[in-house]
Write a protein that binds this ligand. Structure first.
Ligand SMILES: Cc1cc2nc3c(=O)[nH]c(=O)nc-3n(C[C@H](O)[C@H](O)[C@H](O)COP(=O)(O)OP(=O)(O)OC[C@H]3O[C@@H](n4cnc5c(N)ncnc54)[C@H](O)[C@@H]3O)c2cc1C
Length: 382
């Protein structure tokens, strides 16, 4: 079991890549936000839980690592916090708007957060590349693993899906790239500026002694490397330590052919903002609670699949709205955009809109608040 002794060794290579044992009660594929959140909810059940990832836990940062501070606290992950921001600064060609948020955002250290989250679970961990699935058997480069409960938390590729994997640039994916130069700053900044990206935005998120500067494009055909370098150069920062990935911007079925999908594999990243960490945690917790109820004999696997599917689908309206706004903003003329961004500085509007935005995946869910969702999720015993 991994709890409190999370390995920090490098990914297994060569002779170390022995065959894995063949079965377990729960197989969680992917050990980032979604996968580790699922595992957390299974702690103390006594189930034989195996988590696999092609890299060691926390080895490869997958994002700019900013999320609502309350989520870090609710999950007991505050030790990973790097910097907190009460204001969001949005630059556009004709205006800069400053939004005083009704709640704060924080940047955090990916490796530290993953270590803390992993410590909350009790599971075995192995590095293995997951290649696909036939029924209840998952194929990895270290052999086949069978489990009655299988979770795909592998990110946008949805490796364990039944049909064809969605492939960029044709799929509903955005693309994001960032650099991590040394430096510091006090502001969480966003650029909505066609000079950088026709549909999307640039960002600079300070995180203690480093900046995370990047560009995301909602159009997967638009290449973001050159504008990312240009934004960093404009901010007098070095374009070093690259990190990038595809980001889904459409909700997908959260279950398929007996498999549970959580995080980017289910399209749980929010359109428009590309905020996918808290939602990966949120749906990961929801998935874990359903699995826990199965393990404890309180429901069948089929019931868990149905309930988790319904819970995820219950968020479709919010995701659809965000996608509509994502498609609208690039069409707004720059002058009108500047005026609109300034008009939204009114505190009552900010409290209302950002309040609704937080409610899509509210930190209260960690303690069991369902936010009035139809599919009620049992809270794991403390
Ligand atoms: C440049 C960029 C910046 C971003 N910034 C933010 C941000 O600041 N805030 C925010 O909320 N969201 C941000 N996002 C979105 C966010 O990163 C994702 O939504 C989030 O990481 C989803 O979490 P996840 O656990 O579902 O998947 P991931 O974090 O992608 O984790 C998937 C895991 O699966 C493993 N894996 C993948 N394929 C295989 C395989 N075949 N075999 C074995 N293991 C495999 C990976 O190693 C990884 O550990 C950003 C995205 C990008 C690209």
């Amino acid at each position: 079991m991994i709890s409190s002794t999370m390995p920090r060794r490098a990914t297994k290579r060569g002779d170390q890549r022995t065959q894995l044992r063949g079965d377990c009660d729960v197989l969680i594929c992917g050990a980032s936000f979604a996968g580790l959140a699922v595992a957390r909810e299974l702690a103390g059940t006594g189930a034989d839980v195996l988590v696999v990832d092609r890299y060691e836990i926390g080895e490869r940062q997958t994002s700019a690592c900013a999320m609502p501070t309350d989520w870090l606290h609710a999950m007991g992950l505050q030790e990973s916090l790097r910097q907190t921001f009460g204001e969001l600064v949005i630059h556009s060609p004709h205006a800069t708007a400053r939004y005083r948020l009704p709640w704060t955002f924080s940047t955090f250290d990916y490796r530290a957060l993953c270590a803390l989250l992993a410590e909350q679970g009790s599971f075995e961990f192995e590095t293995a590349k997951v290649d696909g699935r036939t029924g209840g058997a998952v194929h990895t480069d270290r052999g086949e693993i069978r489990a009655p409960l299988i979770v795909d938390a592998l990110g946008w590729r949805r490796v364990l899906g039944d049909g064809e994997n969605i492939q960029p640039p044709d799929a509903l994916l955005s693309r994001g790239l960032e650099v991590h130069p040394r430096g510091s700053g006090d502001e969480l900044e966003i650029w909505i500026d066609r000079a950088y990206v026709p549909a999307g935005y640039g960002w600079s998120f300070p995180a203690g002694e480093e900046l995370r500067i990047g560009v995301g494009s909602f159009d997967p055909r638009f290449h973001v490397r050159e504008p990312t370098v240009r934004l960093a150069t404009d901010l007098a920062a070095d374009a070093v330590r690259y990190q990038g990935n595809w980001i889904p911007h459409a909700l997908r079925d959260a279950t398929e052919d007996g498999v549970f999908f959580a995080g980017d594999s289910a399209g749980h990243c929010l359109p428009l903002t590309a905020e996918g960490i808290r939602t990966a945690l949120y749906f990961g917790l929801a998935c874990g609670r359903e699995l826990r109820a199965v393990i404890e004999g309180n429901q069948t696997r089929a019931q868990a699949l149905a309930r988790y599917h319904a819970f995820s689908a219950d968020h479709a309206t919010a995701f659809a709205w965000m996608l509509r706004v994502q498609r609208l903003i690039p069409r707004v003329a720059p002058r009108l955009l500047g005026r609109s961004l300034r008009a939204m500085e009114h505190q009552r509007f900010l409290d209302w809109s950002f309040g609704h935005y937080l409610n899509i995946a509210h930190p209260g869910f960690v303690a069991g608040w369902s936010g009035g969702r139809r599919a009620r999720i049992p809270v794991a015993a403390a």
